[in-house]
Design a protein around this ligand. Structure first.
Ligand SMILES: *Cc1c(COP(=O)(O)O)cnc(C)c1O
Length: 484
């Protein structure tokens, strides 16, 4: 008997479903009402009003039976919980860092890191900003500077590693500010704001050499480092026969420490950590963690949560998991691409990003096209997405005017192990329907604006009523949404 290895073999989820959570479709009338009440901000919708929730992949994963079983083994001692040591050794085994401090989530780690390393007037280069990362750098008196390669700012550029750092930009930064003003370089895996785009190991090695030359630390935002490892395995020459676990270790070996949001890669609903190789930084972090999070052996987490995260590390690093995870994102992305929808390419690890500039060319950036598109998508089908454009970028701290990012995107973020391919089909059909109705999607005005991280809580109203044909299940109906 011969085996034909050229036959197509589809991926499938490496799990079966043991428990389900019912969801329910709403009527178009209910959704219009809900969006009005939420002031055209998908963060202000109630979860019960949502059919398929692609707001974020943060804390929205489905845990396994192994993780749920771990919850029952929570050791809720104030100090020295058994689960802390399980977490510490899982981090050391898979990420390779000797010192781990748990935090309630990623931004807890970012706060402590920024307070330890940044002095007022410092500059922190990074491969594109992330919202919470930058604000903690600024609150510590530093300024963020973007050193990502130019390709990252172009939604249709097919560079396989759009998360890479531009070494010339880095050198220029050192020339302008001096290495002593740069406490560390912040490198994010699967760059969220660029569309979930990975860096290559070749690039990270160059950055490491640059850091060694100038005496600068290299800190990894490891939030999606496992998904980044998958892309290295897929795309970088020389890595296809390595496991994601081996690649992850190689990534971390090049860095001096990391911040981590366990709510992404690690398949838990809450949790994060901060790691160092150097005991001095670890000691300083221990002094601060007791002020902001809790004792250094729980950092704001229950023992059971640390156990779930320790077990999540073991599961999330598996090649079969990552293949299905990234495979599902790619399934949705390919479908949209074939229908001619403008999306960011190459497809990233955790989300498909719609290019709102191309989708809604009749709107100017300060009419908040991505925000408007996210609202329209919800009204069409109850699918919740989020804006990653001018609203997320916020205002320049010095001039007070909007920052105008080159990318104006709507993020369809896929929670891990939660939805099926049939859900992805429904999402794709709704995006297609919005695309057909794009002329009817109008610009927005901002009516309330918080000072920090405004995208979470800002209010908007449409400058003219949205007109969406055949909204929802009743394809014959013409629906017009406007403020009452
Ligand atoms: C989510 C996220 C953070 C912040 O983590 P939280 O757990 O939400 O506090 C930091 N960096 C990146 C890249 C993220 O995606």
């Amino acid at each position: 008997m011969t085996v034909n290895s050229k036959r197509k073999r589809s991926w499938a989820e490496p799990f079966k479903i043991k428990m389900v959570e019912p969801i329910k479709m709403t009527t178009a009338e209910e959704r219009v009402e809900a969006m009005e009440t939420a002031r055209y901000n998908t963060f202000l919708l109630k979860s019960a009003e949502v059919y398929i929730d692609l707001l974020t992949d943060s804390g929205t994963s489905a845990m396994s039976d192994y993780q749920w079983a771990g919850l029952m083994l929570g050791d809720e001692a104030y100090a020295g919980s058994e689960n802390f040591f399980r977490l510490e050794s899982a981090v050391e085994k898979f990420y390779g860092y000797p010192y781990t401090i748990p935090t309630h989530q990623g931004r807890g780690a970012e706060n402590i890191l920024s307070k330890i390393l940044i002095k007022p007037g410092d500059v922190v280069p990074g491969n594109m900003y992330f919202t919470t990362t930058r604000i903690h750098q600024e609150l510590a008196g530093g300024a963020f500077e973007d050193v990502i390669i130019e390709e990252a700012h172009k939604p249709d550029n097919l560079h396989p590693f759009k998360g890479n750092i531009d070494l010339d930009k880095l050198a220029d930064l050192v020339d302008r500010h001096g290495a002593e003003r740069i406490p560390y370089i912040s490198v994010e895996a699967c760059v969220n704001m660029a569309g979930g785009q990975p860096f290559s190991l070749a690039n990270l090695k160059e950055v490491r050499a640059f850091c060694d030359k100038h005496g600068i630390l290299l800190i990894l935002d490891a939030t999606r480092a496992m998904e980044n490892a998958w892309f290295i395995k897929e795309r970088e020459p020389g890595y296809d026969d390595k496991s994601c676990a081996e690649i992850l270790k190689e990534i971390c070996d090049l860095t001096d420490g990391c911040t981590m949001s366990g709510k992404k890669d690690l398949l838990v609903n809450i949790g994060g950590f901060l790691c160092f190789r150097d005991i001095e930084y670890y000691r300083r972090a221990c002094e601060l963690v007791v002020v902001y999070e809790g004792l250094h052996t729980y950092g704001g987490l229950a023992g059971r949560d640390m156990e779930a995260m320790a077990r999540g590390i073991e599961e999330a690093v598996e090649d079969e998991h990552l293949k299905a995870r990234v495979g599902q994102v790619s399934y949705l992305g390919q479908k949209l691409k074939h229908s001619g929808i403008p999306i960011v390419e190459p497809l990233g690890g955790h989300a498909v990003y719609l290019d709102a500039r191309k989708f809604l060319p009749h709107l100017k950036q300060d009419e908040f096209p991505a925000q408007a598109l996210a609202a329209a998508l919800y009204i069409d089908s109850g699918v919740r997405s989020m804006e990653r454009g001018i609203v997320s970028a916020g205002r320049d701290k010095k001039t007070g005017s909007h920052r105008y990012p080159k990318l104006e995107l709507v993020r369809l973020t896929i929670p891990r192990r939660v939805y099926t391919q049939a859900h992805m089909d429904v999402v794709a059909e709704s995006v297609e329907s919005c695309y057909e109705n794009r002329e009817g999607i109008k610009g927005l005005r901002m009516t309330y604006e918080p000072d920090n991280l405004r995208f979470f809580q800002a209010h908007f109203e449409p400058s003219a009523p949205f007109v969406l044909e055949g909204v929802g299940l009743d394809r014959s109906k013409r629906y017009s949404a406007s403020r009452k």
